[in-house]
Design a protein around this ligand. Structure first.
Ligand SMILES: NC(=O)c1ccc[n+]([C@@H]2O[C@H](COP(=O)([O-])OP(=O)(O)OC[C@H]3O[C@@H](n4cnc5c(N)ncnc54)[C@H](OP(=O)(O)O)[C@@H]3O)[C@@H](O)[C@H]2O)c1
Length: 336
């Protein structure tokens, strides 16, 4: 993997290089021999980039972004920059922002990339384009069913990218991951680790759900493979860890990696759903309570991809990072 890049030192542009996925991808791409250019929105993000990345300033991404300098001499683009999913933010204004940044921003980048002679553009989309889950795993053949503004904006971005790809020589690759975890993880996953560490009793003991997740290292391997593999051109792939994990299993594993006993107690799911609805947190509850999983046969069969790291290895790396950085903000080191 990446052998040709090692020989040619081709230029790779990573948008959103200062983010959770971007920093890790930049580091691994450099190791694989790519000449990496990464977009940042502000100069204050430059010190966060791995040494060796050429930073390029890009203002807020949208329908009018000037990509000419960033794309100059670039062979391949990985488009990560996006307005990330934010629960509680499905107002009309927020919807417009998702469309402006994630949809129109991707369309503009794809058109400019095609004009600049870029060979391939990989878009990191989301499993939420398929929907919010159900009783069986999603495949790429399932009809799209994006339910909220973030997912709609990503689905629209996918359509426009495919359409531009059909009209131009630009090859598209679309990956749809579920929740990604690993060192540097933020938002809900980080909150869950903190809740477990703080020994907050969690009422999920009787849940029997099935959720796919993806360790950052496995995602980076999939992206690097898709950049080089000729079979990936024009394709859309669901990508996830081997293991399907229930919420109580995830909590038990986090607790075990933290060296503590989980504070899980049983509560009927119907009661949890009702409580979440009353508290206005239905969306977050769905994520913890429901099933959302992916069948990853297609990327395995067509590209020979398989996750290098198990869920347990990925989680250990994540908790080691959490303990080493004191991400709880209160202490450093594993709790006794
Ligand atoms: N993390 C997950 O669980 C997950 C799951 C599925 C899909 N994805 C997708 O993976 C991609 C990367 O996610 P991530 O977790 O790395 O997100 P992240 O940590 O929030 O990073 C997002 C990056 O995009 C940049 N960005 C955000 N809004 C921008 C704008 N309006 N204009 C220009 N740059 C902007 C950010 O720049 P600043 O540093 O300046 O804010 C940052 O570099 C996203 O497209 C996301 O939708 C993530």
């Amino acid at each position: 993997m990446g052998l040709q890049a090692v020989v040619t030192g081709e230029r790779l542009l990573i948008t959103g290089c200062s983010g959770f996925v971007g920093k890790s991808l930049a580091k691994r791409s450099l190791e694989a021999g790519w000449a990496v250019r990464g977009t940042v929105r502000s100069a204050s993000s430059v010190p966060d980039l791995p040494a060796g990345v050429e930073p390029v300033a890009i203002s807020d991404i949208g329908p009018g972004t000037d990509w000419s300098y960033a794309l100059d001499g670039v062979a391949v683009v990985v488009h990560l920059a996006a307005r990330a999913h934010q629960p509680h933010n499905s107002s009309r204004g927020a919807h417009g922002e998702y469309l402006r940044i994630n949809t129109a921003g991707t369309a503009r980048l794809a058109r400019c990339a095609a004009d600049a002679g870029v060979r391939r553009l990989l878009l990191l989309s989301t499993i939420k384009v398929n929907g919010e889950g159900g009783a069986r795993p999603y495949t790429e053949k399932d009809p799209e069913d994006p339910r909220e503004p973030y997912a709609v904006s990503k689905a629209e971005a996918e359509h426009i990218l495919r359409e531009i790809s059909c009209r131009t020589g630009l090859e598209s690759v679309i990956l749809r991951p579920p929740l990604v975890y690993g060192p540097g993880v933020k938002a809900n996953f980080l909150r869950l680790i903190r809740l477990v560490e703080e020994r907050i009793p969690l009422p999920f003991g009787s849940l029997v759900n099935q959720r796919s997740m993806l360790f950052l290292g496995n995602l980076i391997n999939a992206i690097l493979l898709c950049l080089k593999n000729p079979n990936a051109g024009g394709k859309t792939y669901l990508v996830a860890d081997n293991e399907i994990v229930s919420t109580p299993h995830l909590i038990r594993e986090i607790a075990s990696q933290l060296g503590m006993k989980p504070k899980l107690y049983p509560c009927p799911p119907a009661v949890l759903i009702m409580a979440a609805r009353i508290a206005g947190r239905r969306e977050e509850a769905d994520r913890l309570l429901g099933s959302l999983w992916a069948d990853t046969s297609k990327i395995r069969q067509e590209l020979g991809w398989k996750p290098e790291y198990s869920f347990r290895q990925g989680l250990k790396t994540t908790i080691d990072w959490y303990c080493a950085t004191g991400s709880a903000g209160t202490r450093v080191g594993k709790p006794k």
